[in-house]
Structure formats: C-alpha cells, structure tokens
Design a protein around this ligand. Sequence first.
Ligand code: ATP
Length: 304
Amino acid sequence: CLRSSPGSTELPPVLWEDIGGLEEVKVRLRQSIEWPMRYPEAFARLGLRRPRGVLLYGPPGCAKTSLVRAAAASSRCAFLSASGADLYCPYVGDSEKALAQLFQQARRCAPCVLFLDEIDSLIGSRADGRGGGVQTRLLSVLLNEMDGVGLKTLERRGAARVLQAEGEPETSEQQQESDFLEVCNTDVMVVAATNRPDCLDGALLRPGRLDHIIYVPPPDQQARLAILRVRTQAMPVDGGVRLEELAAQTERFSGADLENLCKEAALLALLEENMEPSAIKHTHFLRSLSKMSPSLTAQQISSY
Ligand code: ATP
C-alpha cells in the first residue's frame, strides 16, 4: 500500500511552489481535494459535502498531472495513478478487471487520490462510438465503482438499522465492515484529467461523480515568467538573464515547452564551455529558443 509514501511511490512529491502561476487553480484544488482529505471533521461539522471526483481539463503540458500530484502530497494521502495505456489489456475483460482492481487498491490505501490521466482515451463517450465495446464496458465499470462504494455503504447501514430495529445487536464483523465502507466512501478521491473534455460521456460528469470541473489554462505572460523562475531556480543562471523578456517571447509555449527551453539552454552552456560552465547566459536561452516552436496552437487554445 502506498500510504507510507504520500504523493507517489515512484516519483518525488510535487510541491505547490514547484508549479509556476495557476494560483486560482491551486486554490480551487486545495478546497476540493486538500481541505476535505486533511480536515474531514471540519467539513462534517459545517455540513459540507466533500466532492467525490474532480475533472481537470486543458491543453497538454500545462501542469494537470503536476497539480494532482501536488494536491495528493499536500493532502498527505496516498497517490495512485493510471492512464488509458496502463489499463489497456488485449484480452477481453482484462482492462475492466484492471480498472476494478485499481479501485480496490485505492480503497485499501485510503485516504487516497486516484488519478486517471487521459481519461478520454480510456473511456470516451458512448455517443461518439469511438473505441467500441471496451470503452463502453470501462465506462460502466468506472460509473459502478464511483457510485458503488457509496451504495454498498448505504446497503450495509440499512441492514444494520433493520437488525437493530429487530433488537439484534450488530456483530463486530458487521460493524467493522460498515466502518470500513464508511471510511472508503469518504477517503477515495477520484481525479481525472483530459485534453479533450468534449469527448467525455455526460454520465461521468453528473453530481456525485466527476462533478468538480476545473479548467487548467495555458500560461499567460505572467505565468510564463513564474514558470521560468521555478524552472531556473536550481540552475546557475547568469545575472544578465532577462526572464521577463523570455516570458514575452514565448507566447503559446506550454509549461512543458518552457521546462524544455531551460534544459536546452543548460545543455548548450555545457556544450559550449566544455562541461564546466560558470553560468547559463541569456544568449544560451535565446539560441535555444530560436530552435524551438510553441507546442500549442491558437486554434487549440480557443477550443476550450
Ligand atoms: P498532458 O496533458 O500532456 O498529460 P499535463 O497537463 O498533465 O500534460 P504535466 O505532465 O503536469 O502536464 O507537465 C509536463 C511537464 O511540464 C512537467 O515536467 C512539469 O513539471 C512541466 N510544467 C508544466 N506546467 C508547469 C508549471 N506551471 N510550472 C512548472 N512546471 C510546469
């Protein structure tokens, strides 16, 4: 179980401050994920219902995955993640089994953030007929899993109430199971991400499922500056490097593009100064930039 290692077992946890810009999105994620996972009693005291699922959507390379990892780390809970490719199995029925097992694992690790990346490739929409049978069956497993934990809890509670009404005390085993399901019900948060929200089946977005929907926009100039600052923080950057200027020159660059620009500039400095550069200079950034183009298109950005 991943509980002993908040954030992720394989990757170091991402901190909120590792993500440049996106301040409003960070606040919304803290409210939707971190607060209810960390302070469930405070939510219960105020009669606030905790969201069951969150959907992040927006263009590629703009920090959706990083944001979920930061939210899981700051919630101090386990983090399980899978994408369509991870769950795809060539044999009929195996992908569905893998998805159901992932939910089981998440319940065992609870409190847990269960991240489903590129959910459109996993599930898509029944309406567009893409992907055929396996996608429809995976959607049905996902809907059952998201609804099922709560239903089982209600059933168990209902059974316990009937027994008590009949004067029979609940057995410790029944009590344990109902406590376990109660915990599961509140302690697995499903977070999904997609670049193509239009391809998702409407059933997934109903109340009680992925009902908190958050747009993660491409970085504007101010956010690009914040990302460049974060990404160069640990680098020996020359005092003459003008990050403001670079932020202005990188329209339609995603966060991933900006990270790449910083890496390329560092590699160029290494190459030019025989592996012993004293600092990365503004010209290294400019020359790297001249060889790159933005990965986002105006059409793509305006489609959200
Ligand atoms: P995709 O949709 O392709 O899965 P994504 O939106 O999930 O992408 P991430 O995987 O979080 O994006 O980010 C890709 C890379 O870009 C990561 O290495 C991340 O550190 C960097 N990055 C993206 N946006 C930012 C940002 N705002 N601040 C710092 N780094 C960023």
